[in-house]
Design a protein around this ligand. Structure first.
Ligand code: 2P0
Length: 333
């Protein structure tokens, strides 16, 4: 690829939204290149967003990373610098990156997805790289697998490449954010950072779970079925598949050695509450990521009822409601 970056000292701001996987990614076929072992299908969420500004500064002696008004150093900051190197090379002025999440960081609300999608988008603009969404998705994936999907609004699918170059591992949009108004309610049961990060959790699972191959083999059919559910706007099918994919992923994580359990008592209470509602005929299905939050997929007319049922639970501190959201974009002054 012929990239000729221009280093703009003017601050550039980008916005990206988190996404929830309806068919989950868990496991890598290359840890080094961050290539997923399975594809995935996601919904970008309007209510959970990251705003990231970047500016190159010849006067700086090292890169600066500020997250939610705090200066970040160590591994997290190194990852941002490495990502900037990846996009524009090491022969660059130092960069100042300021990022704000409107939701808790590192607690299973997909902060790395919106973070790297926003950073890729902002870098593209700040350096006049002229990359299209496919290339932005390829770069975002190298920051965080799920970030590849947050480049796109609405419903997106992550493709698997047929070699290990990484050139085939990117997301694309299936349907935009106006296609189908479904709702996601995230019951926040804990806002602390998780004990086992996704990358470590995935790698341990791939190395130790006796069920890992079955997980990888069953994924293409889940994706095919989910795409059919979306194409037909079949909500029951979408919910059933999404819940199954999440449960399968968490069952797989439990089968790692040592076991990975992201749930807390309030997670289980929330799941049982949602299953109770469903027994009464309400279309609501759960999904969970690498954290204790329970996310409920439902239709707009049932969102309040689900929200009220969850917020009543003693272990649930907040319920965030999200609709399909837009892809990453540049924020103009
Ligand atoms: C997903 N998750 O499909 C799955 C389901 C969490 C559970 O992608 O190692 O931060 O940086 O590629 O993207 C979260 O993992 O992992 C994730 P890396 P990432 O959304």
């Amino acid at each position: 690829m012929n990239i000729n970056p221009q280093f703009n000292s003017k601050q550039v701001k980008a916005v990206a939204h988190a996404n929830i996987a309806l068919v989950k990614y868990w496991g890598k076929r290359s840890v080094e290149k961050n290539l997923p072992a399975v594809g995935s299908v996601s919904l970008t969420l309007d209510a959970l967003k990251t705003i990231t500004s970047v500016a190159f500064d010849e006067e700086l002696h090292s890169d600066v990373f500020i997250l939610n008004d705090d200066v970040v150093t160590g591994k997290q900051a190194d990852k941002i610098s490495a990502f900037a190197d990846l996009m524009v090379g090491t022969e660059r002025p130092k960069i100042r990156v300021e990022s704000d999440n409107n939701f808790p960081t590192g607690a299973g609300l997909a902060s790395s997805a919106s973070a790297f999608a926003a950073l890729a988008k902002a870098m593209n603009e700040a350096c006049s790289l002229g990359l299209d969404d496919k290339m932005l998705s390829i770069f975002a994936r190298q920051g965080s697998g799920s970030a590849a999907r947050s480049i796109f609004g609405g419903f997106a699918e992550m493709n698997l490449g047929d070699d290990d170059s990484g050139n085939g591992d990117y997301a694309h949009q299936l349907h935009d954010e106006n296609y189908w108004d479904i709702r996601l309610l995230a019951a926040v049961v804990s806002t602390g950072p998780k004990e086992i990060g996704s990358t470590e959790g995935m790698n341990r699972t791939a190395e130790t779970s006796p069920f890992y191959n079955a997980w990888v083999q069953s994924s293409p059919n889940d994706i095919k079925e989910m795409k059919a559910a979306l194409a037909h706007k079949d909500f029951e099918k979408l919910g059933t598949l999404a819940e199954h994919s999440a449960m399968k992923m968490h069952g797989l994580a439990l089968s790692a050695n040592p076991s990975i359990l992201y749930w807390q008592a309030a997670s289980l209470e929330s799941i049982q509450r949602v299953w109770g509602l469903r027994k009464q005929g309400l279309p609501a299905y759960i999904t969970m990521d690498a954290g204790p939050q329970v996310k409920v997929i439902t239709l707009p007319q049932y969102a309040n009822e689900v929200k009220n049922a969850l917020i009543e639970l003693p272990g649930v501190s907040n319920v965030i409601e999200a609709k399909p959201g837009p892809g990453a974009y540049i924020l103009k002054d």
